[in-house]
Design a binder for this molecule. Structure first.
Ligand SMILES: C[C@@]1(CC(=O)O)c2cc3[nH]c(cc4nc(cc5[nH]c(cc(n2)[C@H]1CCC(=O)O)[C@@](C)(CC(=O)O)[C@@H]5CCC(=O)O)C(CC(=O)O)=C4CCC(=O)O)c(CCC(=O)O)c3CC(=O)O
Ligand SMILES: NC(=O)C1=CN([C@@H]2O[C@H](COP(=O)(O)OP(=O)(O)OC[C@H]3O[C@@H](n4cnc5c(N)ncnc54)[C@H](O)[C@@H]3O)[C@@H](O)[C@H]2O)C=CC1
Length: 344
């Protein structure tokens, strides 16, 4: 199996030759036009769509069959004919001239293959199965097109504004890469989706450049309650739903873990059979390490971290410069529960 090397080409003003004038050629031309390529079609006939491009002056058309020499000066070429033998001759010329060629549905005559594409503004996901299964590439495209993860692409315009501002003010190089990750949050995305672009850009810049703790990674300390999973607070549930990493122990009700996204890493911090229990210091190190790696971390503790746990004794190694913690106590706190008849 061939292992292909993925790239994005800058085709602006570069000569691209398309051989063939059918519907497939038209599809390829439409995308090439977006990239600003200088397009020449070689084909005895052409679809109405291609003819329109030609009439509009965005595409040149050599109305004849392909002949050796057509790839002269080309940067890339696409063979979209319905004749394998023609593709083979085009490939020979392409190899001679060092021109990259895609022969549609014809891998032996390709030096590059076409990916399935998902586009959101400037964000492009290109999917290839390495030629193993184009049907699977399409399935992945269709799934990704409706995937929530793609929502992050909506941040591209404010990211671009913030980045060029930082570049102009000479601050870009001094921003820690992890800080960017900590600043790209669901709250920021919600602001943009609400149409509050200016506020979002200001908040992003404040997080990236401020020394007031904004933009630092967060660790949520969540009280899992006295046993009943229904006693988790709404804030605690929200934090779990957004977590990239959940560190939990034996006392936390197992069903609470279901609130975390399936992709979240779940780390058991209690005593497991045959394994050394993590010490409090070990757990703290783990929380800090995961937060500094740009993950949203939820520490799910049985009971109330401020009553039975050690949240009140926030660890001294907690690096004030790198992360901060938020707490979501279980409600009502066990100490606030009304006495039951059995209580002394
Ligand atoms: C190697 C490659 C070379 C290339 O063409 O660049 C190639 C080769 C071949 N395709 C074949 C068949 C199909 N191709 C599609 C669809 C697409 N094919 C595309 C690319 C590629 N196809 C390159 C590898 C991409 C990768 O790495 O995965 C996509 C992604 C992009 C595009 O075409 O622009 C586009 C999806 C667009 C979308 O997102 O919807 C479907 C499904 C459908 O149409 O629904 C089928 C039928 C189902 C199936 O076979 O899986 C055949 C057999 C032909 C025959 O037997 O006659 C061959 C030849 C062979 O495999 O030997
Ligand atoms: N139609 C479809 O949905 C799909 C087709 N394909 C494949 O892509 C290729 C092209 O498909 P279509 O555009 O539908 O085919 P088509 O038959 O509509 O177009 C083929 C084009 O190639 C031109 N051509 C033939 N010999 C030529 C030569 N010697 N020099 C220059 N041009 C020449 C023809 O004049 C025609 O314009 C075919 O191999 C097909 O199997 C792949 C995916 C989907």
């Amino acid at each position: 199996m061939t292992t292909y090397y993925p790239v994005y080409l800058n085709l602006r003003g570069r000569r691209c030759v398309i051989v063939g004038g059918g519907t497939v050629a038209e599809g390829k031309i439409t995308r090439l036009l977006d990239s600003g390529a200088d397009i020449c079609v070689v084909s005895p006939d052409a679809t109405p769509g291609i003819r329109q491009f030609v009439a509009g002056g965005s595409v040149r058309w050599e109305q004849r069959e392909y002949r050796h020499g057509d790839l002269d000066g080309a940067f890339i070429a696409i063979a979209a004919t319905n004749v394998r033998e023609v593709n083979r001759r085009i490939f020979e010329e392409a190899e001679q001239r060092g021109v990259m060629l895609n022969a549609v549905d014809d891998p032996p005559n390709c030096s590059f293959i076409a990916p399935s594409i998902v586009q959101r503004g400037p964000v492009t996901l290109a999917i290839s199965t390495g030629g193993v299964s184009p049907a699977l590439a399409r399935k992945l495209r269709e799934s990704l097109q409706t995937s929530e993860a793609l929502g992050w692409a909506e941040l591209s315009s404010i990211m671009a504004v913030a980045r060029s501002h930082l570049r102009e003010t000479g601050m870009l190089a001094s921003i820690d890469p992890q800080r960017w990750q900590c600043c790209i949050t669901p709250d920021l995305l919600a602001m943009v989706q609400d149409g509050r672009q200016v506020e979002a850009t200001e908040s992003l810049l404040a997080g990236l450049t401020g020394d007031d703790g904004r933009g630092l990674c967060k660790v949520y300390l969540i009280g899992a309650g006295p046993g009943d999973p229904g006693l988790l607070t709404v804030k605690g549930r929200d934090a779990l739903e957004r977590a990239d990493v959940v560190v939990y122990d034996r006392l936390a009700h197992p069903s609470l873990l279901d609130y975390a996204p399936p992709s979240a890493e779940r780390i058991f911090a209690g005593k497991a059979r045959g394994q050394q229990e993590l010490t409090q210091d070990g757990i703290n190190d783990l929380l800090v390490q995961k937060a500094q790696a740009g993950h949203r971390v939820a520490r799910l503790k049985g009971g109330d971290p401020f009553v039975f746990g050690r949240a009140a004794r926030r660890p001294s190694p907690w690096p004030a410069t790198a992360s901060r913690s938020k707490s979501c106590p279980a409600y009502p706190r066990p100490s606030q529960l009304p006495p039951t008849p059995e209580s002394p």
